[in-house]
Design a protein around this ligand. Structure first.
Ligand code: BES
Ligand code: MN
Ligand code: MN
Length: 461
C-alpha cells in the first residue's frame, strides 16, 4: 500500500492536469447543442480507463448517450467491485453568474477550501469524483496491488434521468455481475468530519401546462373578466402546501416511513450549524415542514419544489397581456417507501381535479427515481468506513442525503447488489449552480482513500 500512496504523491500534478482536460469538455446532456461534446467525453473517459490499466474498455451505444464500460479481472474467484459514475454535467446557466468560464477550470482558494478548489462545471458532480476512481485504479494496477476485480460503468445521462441505463443493466446482467457497487457522487459533512451516505431521496419530476383563453388577450380589455392562467397556476401551486408546509396531495404521505424517536435523535446529533447554514445562503430564516429540523427536512422528509415557471411576457419593458398559457416544472423528492410512479399519478389526479373550469390543465411526467437506503453492516460499508478512518483519522458518520441517484435502487433491483456511497464533495461546492467547485483536498483525499477501500473490501468479503 505504501507504494500505491507514493505513486499517488508522485503523480499529483499529472492527475490534476488530466482532470482539467476532462473538465474542458462541455458534456451537458440536457442541451442538444452540446451533443458532440458529450460523445467526445465518453471517448475521453474510455481512453483514460485504457491508459489506467483496464483490460477491456467499451463505449457502449444506447438510444441516448453511450455508457463507458471497463474491467480488470485479476481472478474470477475474487470479489468484484463495480464503480459507477457519470461523465455528463448540468447546463452551466446562468452563464453571467460565473466568475470564470464554466469549461475553463481554474484553481481558487475559498474559506472552506484554503488549499484551493477547482472551479468548473462538473468539478465535483461528477467528473472530479469519477476521475479519482480512474486514478486510484491506475495507482493500484501500476503497482500490482489490486486485490479484487474492478468493473467501471460510467454513464452520460445521469443529469437527465438515466433513461437508457435500466435497459442497459437488464441487457447486460452478466457483464455487470458484481458483489457491490461503489459510487462517489455524494458529499461528506465537512473536510474535518467525514461521513458516508446511507440514504438518498427519490424523485418525481413533471411539467404542468395551464391553458386559459384560446389566444393571448389585451389585459385591459379582458383583465378581471377572464381567468389568467399564470394567476391560476400560482394559486394551484401555493395550495400544494398548507400552512405547516405539509404537501396537500391526497395520499402523498401514505407510504412514508417515519423514523423512530431514537433514530431521529441520532441523526440530529450530526454536526450542523443552523446559523452558518443561513449565513452561507444569505437567508434570514429557513422554512419547511413543521415539527422537523432542517437536517430532517432535507433528508428523511419528502419535499415539493417549483424548478421553473414561465408564461406571458418576459422581455424588455412592459407588455399588457393576459396570456393564453402558463407552465411550470415541478419536482418532488421522495423518501422510503414512496414510489415515484405512484406519486406522479397522485399529483396528476390532484392537479387535474383542482383546476377551476376557467382553465384546462395538462400534467406531463418527466423522469423519476426511487429512494434508496444502503445498509451499514455490509463488507462494503465497513470497508469504506475503515478506508476513510485511515485517511481522515476519524470514523465517518453515516448520513442521509436529500439528492437522488436513481441507479442505486435500480442496481439493487436488477443486479441484486447493494451500493456504498463514498462521496467526497461538500454541500457548499455549488453543484448544479454557477461557480461549481471541488476542493483539491477532496480530490486527492478521494484518490488516497479508494485503494484502502479495495484492500479492506477484499479482506472482509
Ligand atoms: N450527484 C447528484 C446527486 C446528489 C448530490 C446526491 C448531492 C447526494 C448529494 C446527482 O448528479 C444529481 O444531481 N441527481 C439528480 C437526479 C436526476 C434524476 C436528475 C438530482 O438529485 O436532482
Ligand atoms: Mn452526480
Ligand atoms: Mn447532479
Amino acid at each position: 500500500m505504501q507504494a500505491v500512496q507514493d505513486f499517488i504523491q508522485q503523480h499529483r500534478e499529472r492527475f490534476l492536469e488530466e482532470l482539467f482536460e476532462l473538465l474542458r469538455l462541455p458534456s451537458v446532456s440536457a442541451d442538444p447543442q452540446y451533443k458532440d461534446n458529450v460523445f467526445k467525453t465518453a471517448e475521453f473517459v474510455a481512453e483514460a480507463l485504457k491508459k489506467a490499466g483496464a483490460d477491456t474498455v467499451e463505449v457502449c451505444p444506447t438510444d441516448g448517450f453511450p455508457i463507458v464500460y471497463a474491467e480488470k479481472i485479476i481472478d474470477p474467484a475474487k470479489p468484484t467491485v463495480l464503480v459507477y459514475g457519470h461523465y455528463d454535467v448540468q447546463p452551466p446557466d446562468p452563464m453571467d453568474l460565473w466568475d470564470s468560464p464554466p469549461f475553463e477550470p481554474v484553481i481558487k482558494e475559498t474559506p472552506v477550501h484554503p488549499d484551493g478548489a477547482i472551479f468548473a462545471r462538473g468539478a465535483c458532480d461528477d467528473k472530479g469524483q469519477l476521475y479519482m476512481h480512474v486514478k486510484a485504479f491506475e495507482a493500484m494496477v501500476q503497482n500490482d496491488s489490486l486485490p479484487c476485480n474492478v468493473k467501471f460503468m460510467i454513464e452520460g445521462e445521469e443529469e437527465v434521468g438515466s433513461a437508457n441505463l435500466g435497459i442497459f443493466c437488464r441487457e447486460n446482467k452478466e457483464k455487470l455481475a458484481c458483489d457491490t457497487i461503489l459510487i462517489s457522487d455524494t458529499s461528506i459533512i465537512a473536510n474535518e468530519t467525514p461521513s458516508i451516505t446511507v440514504g438518498l431521496r427519490g424523485l418525481s419530476y413533471l411539467e404542468v401546462e395551464v391553458t386559459g383563453p384560446n389566444r393571448d388577450l389585451h389585459s385591459g380589455v379582458y383583465g378581471g373578466g377572464v381567468a389568467n392562467p399564470i394567476n391560476v397556476l400560482c394559486d394551484m401551486i401555493s395550495s400544494l402546501q398548507d400552512d405547516n408546509k405539509r404537501i396537500t396531495i391526497p395520499g402523498f404521505y401514505e407510504d412514508v416511513v417515519e423514523l423512530s424517536e431514537a433514530e431521529r435523535k441520532k441523526m440530529n446529533e450530526a454536526p450542523f450549524n443552523l446559523d452558518k447554514y443561513k449565513q452561507d445562503l444569505a437567508i434570514g430564516d429557513v422554512q419547511g415542514e413543521a415539527g422537523y429540523t432542517t437536517l430532517e427536512r432535507v433528508s428523511i422528509r419528502p419535499s415539493l419544489d417549483v424548478n421553473g415557471i414561465w408564461g406571458g411576457y418576459i422581455g424588455e419593458g412592459a407588455k399588457t397581456v393576459l396570456p393564453s398559457k402558463a407552465y411550470a416544472k415541478i419536482s418532488m423528492r421522495l423518501v422510503p417507501n414512496q414510489n415515484s410512479d405512484k406519486i406522479t399519478e397522485l399529483f396528476r389526479q390532484h392537479f387535474e381535479s383542482m383546476a377551476p373550469p376557467s382553465v384546462q390543465v395538462k400534467v406531463i411526467p418527466h423522469h423519476g427515481g426511487e429512494p434508496a437506503m444502503t445498509p451499514t453492516d455490509t463488507p462494503e460499508y465497513l470497508a469504506a468506513s475503515k478506508a476513510m478512518e485511515e485517511t481522515f483519522g476519524q470514523v465517518p458518520i453515516p448520513t442521509r442525503e436529500g439528492g437522488s441517484i436513481p441507479i442505486v435502487a435500480l442496481f439493487e433491483d436488477v443486479l441484486n447488489a447493494k451500493s456504498v456511497l463514498m462521496g467526497f464533495g461538500l454541500n457548499s461546492d455549488a453543484i448544479h449552480s454557477p461557480n461549481e467547485h471541488y476542493g483539491l483536498f477532496n480530490f486527492y483525499k478521494g484518490i488516497e482513500t479508494i485503494p484502502y477501500f479495495y484492500q479492506h473490501y477484499a479482506a472482509l468479503k
